[in-house]
Design a protein around this ligand. Sequence first.
Ligand SMILES: Nc1ncnc2c1ncn2[C@@H]1O[C@H](COP(=O)(O)OP(=O)(O)O)[C@@H](O)[C@H]1O
Ligand code: SF4
Ligand SMILES: [Mg+2]
Length: 349
Amino acid sequence: MSTSGEPVLQVRGLYKHFPLTQGILFKRQVGAVKAVDGVDLDLYRGETLGVVGESGCGKSTVARLLVHLERATKGQILYKGEDITKLSGRALKAVRRNIQMVFQDPYTSLNPRMTVGDIVGEPYEIHPDVAPKGDRRRRVRELLDVVGLNPEHLNRYPHQFSGGQRQRIGIARGLALRPEVIVADEPVSALDVSVQAQVVNLMERLQDEFDLSYVFIAHDLSIVRHISDRVAVMYLGRIVETGDDTQIYEHPTHPYTQALLSAVPVPDPDAREHRERIILTGDVPSPADPPSGCRFRTRCWKARERCTLEVPALAVPAVFRDVDSPAAHDSACHFAEEKTVVPPEAGGE
Ligand SMILES: Nc1ncnc2c1ncn2[C@@H]1O[C@H](COP(=O)(O)OP(=O)(O)O)[C@@H](O)[C@H]1O
Ligand code: SF4
Ligand SMILES: [Mg+2]
């Protein structure tokens, strides 16, 4: 998991607004769900970027934009410097091969009427140049073996497998075209806790073996801690804080990250007793009508007038700009400050 050199993916000012329409015969647009509303991200080669935020904040929409299942309303997605939002036809197809997705729910994302062999080999139908027809079954067997499944089970159907095994099938399908980037949308959220670690470990092993870069999406900071080199915290369509593992988990400066961290389970009972719980009040506002200024202000215990008037930029806050400390990282808050939420002794993995 070493990061190096140029980013493989750079996301700049990415927007996805879904129109809200009214009327049956004469549809007119009455608004928009601002699912993704100005997102910037970098993914470096060989790294895992964790993207974390509550349900509905726009994580899956970002994932779908990255793999081109959805078209951006505005903004750039640069793959090795080339803006893929502008591509079409053959050029787009070539890029799409290199950026694959692993879906959230292995119970619904695998076609129940297809055999495992056909599911894993399906990408070859779309990109026949990658594997000649006569070679596909061998490749599928190899892929099943690589993800820890019995290669002889390629004629079975998804229902004959457990949740963890199904997600292994989904991962094998994601690997079929030998992509460089895998966007995994909550790949373990639908699995039993006991199986989650196995799938995360498998993904880590595959990352080294196939030189993969991951965007790993989760709704909970504890799951991505183990696998991520860097983390981006998302709230209501925007990234509110980014940093490496130590910066985010031990020196968070954005109130939302601090609140999310305070909800992470702490195994050590002593540490659990001493940690502060931040209970967020109020509901997540609707992405069709986000609050002015800082979007988190309706739930933030530190909100002041400036938070209503001014959108905080995602940058190193002024107070930390000249400080040599892990607190000096991007945080979109006018009043960013450090707060130890999880006691250091409980911060480990
Ligand atoms: N196709 C769509 N049409 C309209 N609204 C959508 C569509 N897809 C997602 N949304 C809305 O966009 C917001 C973000 O959704 P999503 O990206 O699925 O969030 P997450 O994955 O973080 O739970 C939600 O309010 C959701 O209802
Ligand atoms: S900008 Fe204001 S409302 Fe937003 S997180 Fe910071 S203190 Fe809270
Ligand atoms: Mg989602």
